[in-house]
Structures are given as C-alpha cells and as structure tokens.
Design a protein around this ligand. Structure first.
Ligand SMILES: Cc1ncc(COP(=O)(O)O)c(C=O)c1O
Length: 455
C-alpha cells in the first residue's frame, strides 16, 4: 500500500465501524415488516409539519410524504409512523430499495474521503471508474458525468448543436418528457410545464408508435417527418427519443417503427439522441436503445434516476470542443461510490435478459393486474409498460380520478405516481433490486381493497 489513502480505507477500525453500522441498520430495519397506519399521536404534528413545508416551498407537496430516515427494501417509514410500500422510489431513483445495507461501506468510504462532492476540477478515481462502467454498458466512446437528468440532457443538446452547426431545430416525439430547464421545457410536450416561458428551442414533433395501429402510426410518423424535413432543409441538429415514453404514460416504442424513421433521419445527417433518464436499467438490456436493437443509429444517450449519478454518453465523431461542457459538481462522493457498487450489481446480478428480474417482475405484476381487471372490469385497464415500468389506467383515465385514486392508494399504504394525459395512468417504478413476490402480492391486495372502496 503506497498511498496513505489506501491505508486509511483499509484501516481495521474503518472496517469494524462499517460492520457495526451494518449490524445496527440490519437490526433496526428488520422492525419494518409490513404496511402500517399512521400513529394517532404523531399524525397531528405530522399534518402541521406537512402544511409548514408546503408553505415554505411555495406549493403543496404531491403527497403528504416526509420520510423518517428508515426503510426496509420496498417498505418505507414516514414521520407519522406509517409504513408504506414505495413502488415509485422517488420517481425511479431507489431501484435498490430503502436502507440498503450494501451502500453503507461506500457511504462510509465517502464520509472519510477528502471531499464531499466531486466536480470538473477535482475528481477522484471513482469518477473515472464509474465513467468506464457506463461506457462498457452503453458501447459509447465518451462519458461526461453530471448531477441531474436535465443537466445530462442539456449537455447532450449542446454537443449535438455544436456538431451540427448551424442547424437550429430539433425533432422530438409527441408526449415527450425531456426535463424542466428552460431549453428542455421547450421539448417536453406539456403546455402546462412551459406556461409563461419563452420557447428556447424550435421543436418539430412526430407522432409516437401506436401498438393498436402499428402500420398506420408508422406511415403517419414518416409522413410528418418528411414534411418537417422538407419545410426546414438541413436545419435539424438531432432527434430526441425515449425508448419507452415515461412521463408521457409508459408507452413502449417498437423496433421497426424506430428503425424506419431513424434510417430516414440519418440520410439527412441528423444525430439521434436516446434519452434514457427513465428507461436506463429497467428493460432487458442496460439501455433501452439496445433492447430495440438501435445501436447503429444512436449517437448520444443520457442516463439518470437509478444511476444516482447522471451521464451524457456520446460517439467520438461528435466530441465537443474545449469549453462546451463543464460543471462545478458532477456528484456527491457518496453517490459516485454508491453508484459504482450498485451499477456493478445491476450489470452482474441477473436483472437483464428476457428472463432477467426486470422482465420477471413485470410478468408478476401483469398476472396480478389481469386478476384485478377481471374483478373490477369497469375500474381498471391494463397493465401497460414494459420491464420495470408498470402502469394501469384507473376508471375512465381522467386526470382527476387518477390523481384521487393515487392519493387513496397512498393513504392505504402503496406509493405510486401518475403519468400521461388522456388517459392518465397510475404508474410504478418499483425497487426491482430488492422487491419480493410477497411485496407485490400484498401491494396488489391493497390496490384491490382501494378499488373496492372507490365507487
Ligand atoms: C425521460 C426523462 N428525461 C429527463 C428527465 C429529467 O431528469 P431530472 O428530473 O433528473 O432532471 C426525466 C425525469 O423524469 C425523464 O423521465
């Protein structure tokens, strides 16, 4: 051991302290075994806290959620003493569940590291190793780390615009969600999300794949694409797509649909950008574009959410010039170290493939939802989605009813979120890394009970 740092990280006292913390967490988390209603006394002060927090942040929280700081896999304890199934995992972040013992060692390592947060001027070896891992998983040439999906997407847009200068426009799909910066709000296809904002980028939309009208939807998209290309010749820098539309309502794409459009797009020299902030890690391959066999087309891809550290991955031929990309923060040291460990698990522990855990979990959800559909034929449609992205439409798909059902489900002990408009669906991004069959059965019982109590 030549480095003093190696001596520190391998110090037996550090190992012993880590073991003690693992034992303590293991013992306390095991107390959380099942869904539990709020504690009557805590409930009153909790309500006040939630109201104050909403006041402080200048808008209501979506759910009256304040975590206690402890969970157990798919279960999480809230500050009102309730225990709930977390099937949305902070919108897809905590794929390896709550209070995961594996993350103690990297977190302790980070806590005794010299810096709390890494960034462009100061990165430790873990940043390099994580970048290499993302390159290996993606097959891309370069990886630039960042600290939010939006920032990863901004970096991708900048790389593409610079490479395709002076092209000014982009192509995107209807119902796209790309993030919430000023530029990304121009792409995200939701008027409410850009109300009052100037249009920062000119976007030409294409209709997305419709599984009920495969041929027709392809023909229509191709026609619209050709008309945009004719109207603005040589003026599109890139086409952005989500392999499975996430916020738009959990709509998977289709290999032939994508390939046909992408061939045409490539004829014009336009770059193709796969926004995988939501899909990364959730299908039968690490990246969604691999699942649809689009490797030859994709020039840029971004990841986020479950990767904990976000990244922009790109081909060598569009390498940006010096000065285009830089950031004070790329990620907290603890997150970079935890991501390195968890992404290695994701790669090696049976999550991918047609029989991998992502797809097996989907099958289980599907079977259970089909039973629910039989039980409540007027109240539920679905299931929809793919892999570790599962959704159903409650009632008539109206936003009001879906939101109200989600709130009821939360009270009953299952945390979900909505996606899409007309119809609005209830969606799950479950913690596949830790979820058990029993968790799914119990959560579905709660969903059934909630449907029973919802006229
Ligand atoms: C497809 C997609 N792109 C980008 C983003 C933005 O990521 P973030 O919220 O981390 O900025 C999201 C977030 O939901 C997303 O689903």
């Amino acid at each position: 051991m030549k480095l003093h740092a190696e001596k520190l990280f391998n110090d037996p006292r550090v190992k012993e302290a880590t073991k003690l913390l693992e034992d303590a967490l293991s013992e306390h988390k095991s107390a959380l075994k099942k869904v539990k209603a709020p504690d009557k006394e805590l409930k009153i002060s909790y309500k006040k806290l939630i109201d104050s927090f909403s006041q402080v942040r200048g808008g209501n929280l979506w759910y009256p959620y304040l975590g206690s700081g402890l969970g157990n896999g798919a279960l999480v304890e809230l500050l009102d003493g309730s225990v709930k199934y977390d099937f949305i995992s902070g919108i897809g972040v905590h794929y390896f569940g709550h209070s995961n013992l594996d993350t103690i060692a990297p977190s302790i390592n980070a806590a005794i590291s010299d810096i709390l947060i890494e960034g462009n001027l100061q990165q430790n070896n873990d940043s390099y190793l994580l970048s290499e891992l993302f390159l290996e998983l993606s097959g891309m040439d370069h990886c630039f780390l960042s600290s939010s999906g939006a920032m990863a997407n901004e970096n991708a847009l900048k790389i593409a615009f610079q490479a395709r200068f002076p092209a000014k426009r982009i192509l995107a799909f209807e119902k796209a969600f790309a993030g919430r910066t000023l530029a990304l709000s121009s792409i995200t296809d939701k008027p409410a999300f850009r109300k009052g904002l100037p249009q920062a980028i000119n976007v030409d939309y294409l209709p997305f794949f419709d599984p009920e009208k495969e041929e027709e939807s392809l023909e229509k998209a191709l026609k619209v694409l050709n008309s945009h290309l004719a109207r603005y010749p040589n003026d599109h820098a890139l086409l952005i797509f989500e392999p499975v539309q996430g916020e738009g309502g959990f709509y998977p794409g289709d290999e032939r649909f994508f390939k046909t459009l992408f061939k045409r797009v490539k004829e014009e020299g336009i770059l193709i950008f796969s926004d995988e902030v939501q899909t990364f890690g959730r299908l039968d391959t690490p990246f969604g574009f691999q699942s649809f066999h689009l490797e030859e087309f994709v020039d840029l891809a971004t990841i986020g959410k479950l990767s904990l550290v976000t990244a922009t991955l790109f081909k060598d031929k569009i390498k940006p010039g010096p000065g285009l990309l830089s950031q004070t923060f790329t990620g907290a040291t603890s997150l970079i170290k935890a991501s390195l460990l968890l992404m290695s698990k994701l790669k090696n522990e049976g999550f991918f493939g047609k029989n991998g855990k992502n797809f097996r979990i989907n099958e289980l959800f599907k079977k259970e939802f089909q039973k629910l559909e039989k039980q409540f034929p007027d109240k539920i449609k679905g299931p929809f989605g793919i892999g570790a992205m599962v959704a159903f439409t409650p009632f008539d798909g109206s936003k009001e009813k879906a939101v109200a059902f989600g709130q009821k489900l939360f009270e009953a002990g299952v945390i979900s979120f909505i996606a899409g408009d007309h119809p609005t669906r209830i969606r799950f991004l479950p913690p596949v890394g830790v979820i058990t069959e029993d968790d799914i059965f119990k959560a579905v019982e709660i969903i059934a009970e909630t449907f029973k109590n919802s006229p």
